[in-house]
Write a protein that binds this ligand. Structure first.
Ligand SMILES: [Mg+2]
Length: 414
């Protein structure tokens, strides 16, 4: 079996409302690139890549000369072919490698008649638990719905998601407003959902002192962990010495060098594994094995997925024994998906692991065409910009917070 062709299609899929985060905003939609790997035996494997649009498409197409004619069964070799760590000093292609790895695993599963989870060691669980991922959101610019800015709106969003999907863990994405205001929000969530677990993630924009202050004010709550309160292993280590709860990261341990450093001098207790950041599902399984040996926790990170990447997260979640925390997904903020059958549903806060051969999902070609057209119409958006604060950038540590009293609706293209 050989790879015969590779295709990339950028799509723009709408969100219920723009999602705000420490570095900017998702401007009311996700731009993702769908990657298709076709074999000479007529199989089609699916991958997915974040952001980028045209540049991601060009980057995928540039891999053709490396991959056409290669055997998709030799997945480990791909790492050295397209993301060799020393060559990567010149061209960082880890996320491209991830998209190709997803597609090759999908092809192999179809060729062998087994789900990807079987190739990875077999399912330990048939369903993966998820957290409700709560964001501060701007109002939808079309109909004014979906705003999450006030304490009351945030609690209502959490309650509605819990009722709809059965989540028992709630993650709040912070780092947008002043820490004192976000503390009030987080404590209100805890008071409204006293039996549920919580986690908070300000995306590493606090100073060590702010992080210690915040951490000490939430020590009495049901925290799974405090995620990336500061940027950098040394800052995390200083926070970890001063607050009584686990720290987690998807920022400062995103590769094996950093994982080794964290084993030798622990700064973080829980590693959030991202199938894209780590270069595929298999590197995440390998990292989970290292975490198991050294007794670190693992969870599944979300970098803003459509159904293809979501499937990779489900197969990962199915096979990792030490997954003791609910996974994260932005998925429920989407209005639609590009996979056949449309957007997948949660049941009791969980999602079933696909059991059909390969990743277990197929594309809905009409939806792909529709959302590709939307991409052509709207183009990409600057993820690291706030549409209501042109030219703004956060400092690290940040002091340029958004104003929680500002109720304007951003002028994002729709
Ligand atoms: Mg995070």
């Amino acid at each position: 079996m050989k790879i015969a062709d590779i295709r990339a299609t950028p799509v723009s899929v709408p969100l219920e409302a723009p999602l705000r985060h420490a570095n900017g905003c998702h401007w009311g939609r996700f731009v993702r690139t769908i990657v298709e790997v076709e074999t000479d035996t007529g199989l089609l494997g699916l991958g997915e890549l974040g952001g980028g649009g045209e540049s991601a498409t060009a980057a995928v197409q540039a891999l053709k000369s490396y991959l056409v004619g290669r055997d998709p069964r030799r997945i480990e070799e791909l790492r050295f072919l397209i993301a060799n760590p020393t060559a990567s000093l010149y061209n960082q292609r880890t996320q491209l490698l991830a998209a190709i790895e997803f597609a090759c695993l999908d092809v192999l599963g179809q060729a062998w008649g087994v789900p990807v989870s079987d190739i990875l060691g077999g399912r330990l669980r048939d369903q993966v638990p998820f957290a409700s991922y709560l964001f501060f959101r701007y109002a939808n610019p079309v109909d004014g719905s979906g705003e999450v800015r006030t304490v009351e709106q945030l609690v209502a969003q959490a309650r509605a998601l819990k009722q709809q999907s059965g989540f028992r863990t709630h993650k709040l994405k912070g780092g947008v407003f002043p820490p004192r205001y976000e503390l009030e929000c987080y404590r209100a969530l805890a008071a409204a959902l006293p039996d549920d677990n919580l986690r908070f993630d300000p995306n590493g924009v606090w100073s060590t002192e702010q992080a210690v202050w915040f951490g000490r004010h939430i020590e009495d709550l049901n925290n799974d962990y405090l995620e990336d309160p500061v940027y950098g292993l040394h800052g995390m280590r200083r926070v970890r010495e001063r607050v009584r709860m686990p720290l987690a990261t998807n920022t400062v341990v995103v590769g094996f060098e950093q994982l080794a450093a964290n084993v030798l001098q622990p700064a973080v207790d829980v590693i959030l594994l991202d199938t894209t950041f780590w270069g595929g599902i298999r590197p995440c399984v390998k990292a989970a094995g290292i975490c198991e040996a050294f007794q670190f926790g693992v969870a599944v990170h979300s970098s803003g997925e459509l159904g293809i990447q979501l499937a990779t997260m489900l197969h990962l979640g199915a096979v990792v024994p030490n997954l003791t925390f609910a996974a994260d997904a932005h998925y429920h903020h989407l209005v639609d998906d590009v996979i056949a059958g449309g957007k997948r549903e949660y049941c009791n806060g969980m999602m079933p692991v696909p059991t059909a051969p390969g990743l277990g999902i197929t594309l809905d070609r009409e939806r792909v065409a529709q959302y590709h057209e939307e991409f052509r119409r709207l183009g990409a958006y600057p993820y690291d910009q706030d549409p209501l604060r042109p030219g703004w950038a956060p400092l690290i540590p940040n002091s340029r917070w958004a104003d929680p009293k500002d109720a304007r609706i951003p002028p994002v293209p729709v």
